[in-house]
Design a protein around this ligand. Structure first.
Ligand code: FE
Length: 258
């Protein structure tokens, strides 16, 4: 399938501010790789409130503008928007003004859980964010150990109006067969609404967004993949995206860790 434009809503492309691109040259390499993969728009999403990584709203905006200028100087035709991958804490509502959404009005926001678990306060915090007018988009649920054990934890969140983003690498097996299998299930059960690269540095985690979308098109039909990309555009523009047709997943008895 050929996608006219690919929008990547999760990418650690900004230089030197988290565990993503270490410096400007690497960010340029990432930008070229994205372009080669068919990506036209990137939401730059450095970690925020994730242990050592704190990237304040205004700093991200300033750095994004600076990086955009660098791309223009080099003739790289890629549009970058400022965003954050917001790590869940029990106090996000108190820091609301320091958070960046996917869209400019913060109708949607990328929300990350720890890899090991879904915190007990997650439900409450999601509700607080919803009250403030923001719909959280849970990032890479397929990589969360608790959701791996019981995917219907995600189903419960989706039922409460939350959305979810799958990582492209997961779908094509980059994190192992178990994660790939869960990814296929989440897509099939419509428990994820968008796919993104979550590219950090090129080593190990390449731009495989078009590959993942193509595989989804092969597995479930082109329309399914088109819908993901349409959703990415809608989320970036703050237009309504509503989870639909989703269903619960049968619990798997055993999950092999690696
Ligand atoms: Fe990320």
């Amino acid at each position: 399938m050929k996608l006219e434009k690919i929008i990547d809503l999760h990418c650690h492309i900004l230089p030197g501010i988290d565990d993503g691109s270490p410096d400007l040259e690497h960010s340029i390499t990432l930008a070229n790789a994205a372009l080669k993969d068919g990506v036209t728009h990137i939401l730059a999403t450095p970690h925020h409130f994730d242990n050592n990584y704190v990237n304040h709203r205004q700093d991200v905006i300033t750095l994004t503008e600076k990086f955009q200028r660098e791309l223009e100087i080099r003739g790289i035709d890629l549009k970058i928007f400022p965003g954050q991958e917001v790590h869940i804490t029990g106090e996000l509502d108190r820091h609301y003004d320091d958070l960046l959404g996917i869209d400019a009005r913060k109708k949607y926001m990328l929300l990350e859980f720890p890899h090991s678990n879904v915190p007990a306060y997650a439900k409450r915090m999601i509700f607080e964010l919803q009250k403030l007018g923001t719909t959280p988009v849970i990032v890479h649920p397929e990589r969360n150990r608790e959701i791996q054990k019981d995917p219907n934890i995600l189903y419960d969140f989706i039922q409460k109006g939350v959305l979810s983003q799958l990582t492209a690498t997961s779908y094509i097996g980059g994190f192992g067969e178990e994660v790939a299998e869960l990814s296929r299930k989440l897509v099939k059960h419509r428990l994820v609404q968008v796919v993104a690269s979550d590219a950090h540095a090129l080593k190990g985690r390449n731009f495989v967004l078009s590959e993942a979308l193509n595989k989804i098109a092969q597995d479930l039909g082109a329309e399914h993949a088109y819908e993901f990309e349409k959703n990415a555009e809608k989320l970036l523009n703050g237009k309504n995206v509503i989870a639909h047709g989703y269903s619960s997943v049968q619990k798997k008895k055993r999950f092999f860790f690696f």
